[in-house]
Design a protein around this ligand. Structure first.
Ligand SMILES: Cc1cc2nc3c(=O)[nH]c(=O)nc-3n(C[C@H](O)[C@H](O)[C@H](O)COP(=O)(O)OP(=O)(O)OC[C@H]3O[C@@H](n4cnc5c(N)ncnc54)[C@H](O)[C@@H]3O)c2cc1C
Length: 224
């Protein structure tokens, strides 16, 4: 089934501030979701707002979240609680000549919706494997597959990629014309995620090399 080309928009998801930076294009949204490693999920339980960071993976038109069956966030979401899911990629610090015009370059996604509990063992297997694959592509096939018992002991929900928005800031500081002649350095400081050197676990047999897919993942991170 082909994916819709744009997210649905309602009053809550319509960008107002700096809306020229916004996008509802699924390609923009999916690229951000696919590059991010951590999402933040906001929901309200008994009047208290929670915003929790968690791992995720996009598969087609849904984002899968997983965790322990006793997980408060997942059980609240599985009960039908409306939620908001965000992913933020930080690309640069933006230093302005004026204190008030400092900024950041970023790509972010905000999704709204209610999740569906994933109960089917096969869909659960796809979801948990996707979360592993999302972090290190290739790892899902190499690592031992989850057992039926492990799948039963894992809660999974799917968050629909239906309504929301993306927002992207690029470029240098937006200055007041009068500030341009100030003797104050201004510009962008690019930021990116950098991987360190892998440290083998103590029980890894001597001579067992790092897998090629890990090297590929590190190379992609190094390339930025
Ligand atoms: C790393 C980072 C740093 C930021 N720092 C600041 C800051 O210091 N001050 C500041 O005012 N803003 C900052 N922003 C932008 C901020 O996320 C909001 O877009 C902005 O504050 C406008 O808020 P609003 O409630 O008026 O948005 P509105 O435009 O009223 O929001 C309406 C709808 O637009 C969508 N939307 C809003 N913001 C985003 C977004 N970032 N990504 C995707 N969809 C969005 C949502 O669906 C939202 O419900 C930052 C963003 C990022 C990612």
């Amino acid at each position: 089934m082909s994916e819709p080309e744009a997210l649905a928009v309602s009053d809550r998801s319509r960008l107002r501030r700096k809306r020229q930076r916004g996008s509802y294009d699924r390609r923009v949204v999916d690229a951000i979701l696919d590059e991010g490693l951590v999402c933040h999920v906001g929901f309200v339980d008994h009047g208290t707002p929670f915003v929790l960071p968690t791992a995720y993976a996009r598969v087609g038109d849904v984002v899968y979240l997983h965790g322990a069956p006793g997980n408060h966030m997942l059980s609240t979401l599985a009960a039908g609680c409306p939620a908001c899911l965000t992913v933020t990629l930080l690309d640069a610090l933006v230093l302005s000549r004026a204190a008030m015009h400092h900024s950041m370059n970023y790509r972010s996604v905000v999704l709204f919706g209610s999740t569906t509990p994933v109960l089917d063992p096969e869909e659960k297997r796809v979801a948990v494997t996707a979360v592993v694959e999302h972090v290190v592509p290739g790892r899902g096939l190499d690592a031992r597959a989850p057992t039926p018992q492990e799948l039963r002991a894992t809660a999974v929900v799917s968050f629909p990629i239906v309504e929301g928005s993306a927002k992207v800031r690029t470029g240098g500081p937006v200055e007041e014309p009068a500030d341009l002649s100030l003797p104050v350095w201004a510009g962008e400081v690019p930021l990116r995620l950098v991987a360190g050197t892998p440290v083998p676990d103590a029980d890894v047999p001597a001579g067992l090399a790092e897998p090629d897919y890990l090297r590929s993942r590190l190379d992609r991170l190094a390339a930025g």
